[in-house]
Design a protein around this ligand. Structure first.
Ligand code: SF4
Length: 167
């Protein structure tokens, strides 16, 4: 299976969510949180689609890339899973580099929080990404769904009903 930036993001949120998503068990359509996130993505910067390019590299899709400045822009609703957002954008930078575009940087934008975060790819990140890729491949090859996370983030997750229906 090709590892996408969504897999990288979910790996840093919940291994069970990663596994469910990768196995095509999807609940996103019923989640208000996800719908709200998509709406922010579509309406926060209406002119954005004209200014930036969508880039697809080996199965990884970057929605907003500024080729002149070599900057990846990623819009997020909340910073609750900031580490996952950082990992996702670092992976974009890694994939760009692997495809001959070195020195790109990223900006994570949280329009509702009026906050931005700059992202760079360091040698330590490159080493970490190789480990993430190996771990994700191992997790996705497992026949069994990983255990429940049992963390507050579960209440915001589109799989909440699916995971906790018995409780
Ligand atoms: S509800 Fe919790 S355990 Fe279930 S997939 Fe979501 S984050 Fe993971």
């Amino acid at each position: 299976m090709h590892i996408t930036a969504t897999h990288i993001n979910l790996y840093h949120v919940c291994h069970r969510e990663l596994w469910l998503h990768a196995h095509e068990i999807r609940m996103e359509n019923t989640s208000d949180t996800v719908s709200e996130g998509k709406l922010i993505h579509e309406t926060a910067y209406p002119q954005r689609a004209e200014r930036y390019r969508e880039v697809v590299l080996g199965g990884v899709k970057i929605d907003f890339y500024d080729p002149k400045a070599k900057v990846v822009h990623e819009i997020k609703k909340s910073d609750k899973v900031e580490a996952a957002h950082l990992a996702q954008v670092k992976y974009y930078l890694y994939v760009l580099e692997q495809n001959g575009i070195a020195g790109a940087t990223g900006i994570i934008e949280y329009p509702t929080l009026r906050k931005t975060e700059t992202v760079e790819l360091t040698p330590a990140d490159r080493a970490a990404i190789v480990i993430w890729l190996g771990e994700i491949s191992r997790l996705l090859a497992q026949a069994q769904c990983p255990p429940l996370l049992n963390k507050p983030i579960c209440k915001q997750c589109s799989y909440f009903d699916f995971c906790y229906v018995e409780e």
